[in-house]
Design a protein around this ligand. Structure first.
Ligand code: S1T
Ligand code: MG
Length: 544
């Protein structure tokens, strides 16, 4: 099949599992955008602002353990997406950034080009800091190999990558891109490593397993569930790992959130005398509120293709290979059956009780009981902590880099990728950033249920720093805006009104449903209250 540079890139994305593209055109990327649209190699969606394009493409990759793809123009487009790509890097999401770029002739004019920053290479240099591999495809003979190198890095390292495609080469003939070539297996090292892990687990009195985002990024949830069943020891997910193992046969304890979360889980993880961490990002949000510092020397950390034991490590052992080698060796470790799952509150009273955040979690738990679980996208803010009180379901949220604005775009991506109706949990502050993207639902027939936690505040910040007026936001009446964006809006104040609004929303999947939940300033979910209390305790101890 004769390829052009554009079709070779699009076919290579599809061959490596990319499911769709999110983008916004601009003159430097119009030639590529046209091929993307007319070739129909991958479905594509345009949104309204590049931060949302980055968030949606990132979420599309996360929810299906594959590559997310964002296509933007040079300068104003790509640089508008820097924060979303940074988030993808920090949270190990394999987001492919494709930016149009200036052609050879115009680059040689010696004029400053529109959308150019300092030099024509500035954008490339900026993205070098946010990605694990980068290339400007300005040589058609090397382009196929370059595309393979970049996309394979995204797949293997599960980090964002950057490709700049000069607009004058888009339709030039180009050879096919070689098929995905994963790094060569390292079976001996994986087996040696697995033997050492098993020796340590068998010698431990209270071993435990903590699972993080790499389990999803590399599609290993089934394998890890099978390993944990064989070992028969307690398993929890990290905060970032919320939403893993949904529907899998695994006695999962729940999400570890230190002293801000379930104390059973905190005790099991923090007192483990051998903690096996599989794909866990060692970050402050995953461990920052630990009741006691987890002794990392007694832990085994498999992340970023390296397995670290205290003071020595096994390099170049993929999580996949380690799990396979462990599963071969694993046998029951003779511990008591892992503790059962936490049960989640249900039975919201349909009365005139004024709403508080935790009521939203109960109402959604009731909804899932009646209609089955729905995928959830959560933004940053109390909505993310409220989500910890919701029963397990497919879940996407920026729990580490913690940029606001991902909730609604991620919800659109969940609708597009899963074909299921998602629930979006978003605070009023975050909704003011990217909430308007729900106006794009009508052209794609998406009908998320968007729950806006309207506390007229940047409430999470008020918890860290009480008493400042700048945490107050005005009441923008978001429900009233919904119809002009193509959906339905309902504003609720009481538990009965919330229940009614959710029933109404479930009954109409023809358009998006925005439920604006009025919440008092100063009142947060139980989970966030524990989190900010723990943060204040820890900083108070440091000040002593
Ligand atoms: N800007 C962006 C893009 N991301 C952020 N995380 C912040 C600023 C800082 C920040 C928070 S939480 C928060 C801000 C501004 C307030 C969120 O307000 P809202 O969405 O209404 O949620 P809630 O009222 O439930 O807090 C984190 C700590 O960095
Ligand atoms: Mg708020």
């Amino acid at each position: 099949m004769s390829e052009t540079l554009a079709t070779a890139l699009l076919h290579a994305l599809k061959d490596r599992g990319a499911d769709r593209i999110f983008g916004i055109p601009g003159d430097f990327v119009l030639p590529f955008f046209r091929v993307m649209a007319e070739s129909e190699i991958l479905p594509w969606h345009t949104l309204s602002h590049e931060p949302a394009v980055g968030y949606a493409a990132d979420a599309a990759g996360r929810i299906s353990s594959t590559l997310g793809v964002a296509v933007v123009t040079y300068g104003a487009g790509a640089l508008n997406m820097v924060n979303a790509v940074a988030q993808a890097y920090a949270e190990k999401s394999p987001l492919v950034v494709i930016s149009g770029g200036p052609g050879a002739e115009e680059s040689a004019l010696g004029l400053g080009l529109h959308h150019q920053v300092k030099t024509l290479n500035s954008q490339f240099e900026i993205f070098r800091e946010l990605t694990c591999a980068q290339s400007i495809l300005n040589d058609l003979t090397t382009a196929p190999g370059e595309i393979a190198r970049i996309l394979d890095a995204a797949r293997s390292l599960s980090r964002p990558v950057y490709i700049e495609i000069p607009r004058d080469l888009v339709n030039m003939p180009c050879a096919q891109v070689p098929a995905f070539a994963p790094p060569p297996p390292n079976h001996d090292a994986a087996r040696a490593c697995a033997r050492e892990v098993m020796v340590r687990l068998a010698a431990a009195k209270s071993p435990a397993v903590l699972v993080g985002v790499e389990a999803r990024r590399y599609g290993l949830e089934d394998k890890i569930a099978g390993l944990c069943r064989k070992l028969g020891i307690s398993v929890a997910t990290s905060f970032m790992g919320r939403g893993l193992f949904v529907g899998k046969d695994l006695p999962l304890m729940g999400t570890y959130l230190g002293s801000a979360g379930d104390e059973n889980i905190a005790r099991t993880i923090e007192n483990a005398d051998c903690l096996l961490m599989l794909g866990v990002i060692v970050s402050d949000t995953n461990f920052g509120v630990s009741g006691r510092n987890i002794d990392m020397r007694a832990s085994i950390r498999a992340l970023d293709r390296t397995v670290v034991f205290g003071h020595h490590l096994y390099p170049e052992v993929s999580l996949d290979e380690l799990i396979d080698a462990l599963t071969e060796l694993a046998a029951p470790l003779g511990h008591a059956a892992p503790r059962p799952l936490r049960d989640y509150a249900t039975g919201l009273l349909e009365d005139s009780t004024p709403l508080e955040p935790s009521h939203i979690a109960i109402a959604i738990n009731d909804l899932f009981r009646a209609h089955g679980p729905m995928p959830i996208a959560a933004d940053i803010g109390d909505c993310l902590f409220t989500a910890l009180e919701i029963s397990d379901t497919a879940f996407v949220a920026p729990g580490y880099y913690a940029s606001m604005g991902m909730g609604v775009p991620a919800g659109l991506a969940l609708a597009a990728v899963t074909g299921k109706r998602p629930i979006v949990l978003v605070g009023d502050g975050a909704f003011q950033m990217t909430g308007w993207e729900i106006g794009n639902c009508q052209k794609y027939g998406w009908a998320p249920i968007v729950i806006v936690f309207n506390n007229r505040s940047w409430e999470m910040l008020r918890g860290f720093q009480p008493g400042q007026k700048y945490h107050d936001l005005d009441d923008w009446h978001y429900a009233d805006i919904a119809p002009s964006l193509g959906g339905r809006g309902m504003r609720v104040q009481t538990c009965a009104e919330l229940k009614q609004a959710l029933d109404t929303a479930m009954a109409d999947d023809s358009v998006f449903q925005l439920i604006e939940v009025m919440l008092p300033r100063g009142k947060t979910s139980d989970s966030l209250a524990r989190f900010t209390h723990a943060i204040r305790e820890i900083s108070a101890m440091k000040d002593e």
